[in-house]
Design a protein around this ligand. Structure first.
Ligand SMILES: [Fe+2]
Length: 484
């Protein structure tokens, strides 16, 4: 590991240690912990994220290019078990063997100049999210197909295409949603619907997969420009996509091997945000809205109320964060978040309005997944609170539908992640459960799993120390099933 980065003499360590590689793979019971492991917490908490930012002497050119490493915390019979394993993509396997960059990434070039990159698309590092659906566990990245992983030991099964229905070249986002009433999993990917004299026509491909894991319906939503679209929101009847002001300027340079996608991605305040409401049965757009410039990378819940659709999301009015993402160890950079907003889309008269719910900088909104598409009270997000030392997420917040907000801030030198809700066994209410938060302890260069009561987030019920650090990850998924 590189020397521990600090913010200055006698100051708490920065978040950069939490970006260092975890090359080892583990499987062990967490025997000693603080507090009491709740007896009604049972299931598996999967997480995914880049497990390494360096290969050999090289640093990847973007946080998004680190190889996907799945983790699983299993809670059963009063015990907690941890394991982690890399997804064996061709990129991971070949770069591990060579200890060198062999694949092009979102912001990483293969050494050797433009000829080494000419016409090559970024590799799929399977590093962004995970879902257990159709009795299969997947590692997801929006740059390719899902990767199937065996849930009991996290060994890689292989790339998955839903029996050929997810066609070659059709990508599958990291953010699908399971529809609670039907059990269907809805996912999407940016694509091309056809090629005309005007060139390739951009679209969103939308996929619907039944609880048995069969992709039984596909649709296409035509768009005017090739979208940056990472996530969506879903009500009982609709999928809602916000196509914002983050744009790609000059993909020709990318195809010619001279620039990366990260080089050409930018933010244009002259471009308004467009909202597409897509019927989940027909998978076609039934209403569109236009509003001011902006971008929403991650969404909370959405639901219908009278003529309106209510949508929660983390709004940002720029994309300065990309500069940080390209050089994650830069001591002068910080990770920017968004701000939690609520939108009201009137399906009758086509108007929309919005409201800033809380002024705290935040990202990674999560909520009780049993409430997808129907009115819910509570959303959780990671937060970045100024404490003089943070350049990263350093806590979380619990936001109620009435706007009440409780922020829990970690001490300087500790850094948080996406807080994920896990329902208690036999839960009776929406917030009957626990909030699971992986925290990087910069002082010890170790990570701990913090467990809080979700209805009283200041009540930390347990802290489970790992034997090592866990590189900062993106997203997770909780299932009541256990596999080991
Ligand atoms: Fe994401």
């Amino acid at each position: 590991m590189a020397e521990q980065a600090t913010t200055g003499i006698n100051e708490p360590p920065s978040h950069h240690g939490g970006l260092e590689n975890l090359d080892e793979e583990y499987s062990y019971y967490i025997d000693h912990y603080d507090g009491v492991l709740p007896s009604d917490l049972e299931g598996t908490f999967f997480r995914n994220g880049p497990g390494r930012q360096r290969i050999g002497d090289a640093q990847y050119g973007h946080w998004f290019d680190g190889d996907g490493m799945l983790c699983a915390f299993t809670f059963r019979d009063g015990k907690a078990h941890f394991k982690n394993a890399y997804v064996r993509t061709p990129k991971y396997v070949e770069e591990t063997a060579a200890q060198a960059v062999k694949y092009r990434g979102f912001g990483t070039q293969v050494p050797g100049g433009f000829l080494a990159n000419l016409g090559k698309m970024p590799a799929n590092p399977a590093n962004t999210n995970t879902v257990f659906h159709g009795n299969k566990l997947f590692a997801l990245n929006e740059g390719g197909h899902p990767w199937e992983v065996e849930p009991s030991d996290l060994s890689t099964v292989g790339e998955y295409d839903y029996e050929g229905k997810l066609e070659r070249g059709q990508v599958f986002s990291a953010h699908g949603r399971v529809h609670p009433a039907t059990g269907d999993y809805i996912n999407f990917g940016a694509g091309v619907s056809k090629v005309t004299l005007k060139g390739p026509q951009p679209c969103l491909n939308i996929y619907r997969i039944n609880p048995e894991g069969v992709m039984f319906k596909k649709g296409q939503v035509p768009l005017e420009t090739f979208p940056f679209c990472h996530d969506f929101a879903m009500t009982d009847r609709y999928a809602i996509f916000f196509i914002g002001s983050i744009v790609f300027n000059g993909m020709g340079g990318v195809m010619l091997g001279r620039k990366t996608i990260s080089d050409v991605i930018g933010y244009d305040p002259n471009i308004e945000m467009k909202v597409h409401v897509v019927d989940l049965d027909t998978l076609t757009t039934v209403k569109s809205f236009t509003t001011d410039h902006g971008a929403i990378v991650h969404f909370g819940n959405a639901y219908e109320q009278g003529d309106e659709i209510i949508v929660d999301g983390c709004y940002q009015s720029g994309f300065e964060a990309n500069a940080t993402l390209t050089d994650v160890f830069n001591p002068n950079s910080r990770f920017n978040g968004g701000f939690f907003k609520r939108y009201w889309l009137n399906m009758r008269d086509g108007t929309m309005r919005e409201e800033l719910i809380t002024p705290t900088e935040c990202e990674f909104p999560t909520f009780n997944m049993g409430y997808v598409g129907r009115p819910n009270d509570t959303t959780y997000t990671a937060v970045a609170v100024a404490n003089g030392y943070n350049g990263f997420f350093n806590g979380f917040q619990r936001i109620s539908a009435d706007g009440d907000c409780k922020v829990v801030t970690l001490p300087p030198g500790y850094y948080g992640s996406e807080p994920l809700f896990a329902p208690a066994k036999d839960a009776k209410a929406e917030d009957d459960g626990y909030l699971l938060e992986v925290v990087y302890d910069g002082f010890r260069h170790r990570s701990d799993l913090h467990i809080y009561r979700s209805d009283n987030v200041e009540d930390q019920v347990a802290k489970l120390p790992l034997n090592h650090h866990l590189p900062h990850q993106f997203h997770g998924y909780f299932t009541a099933k256990t596999f080991c």
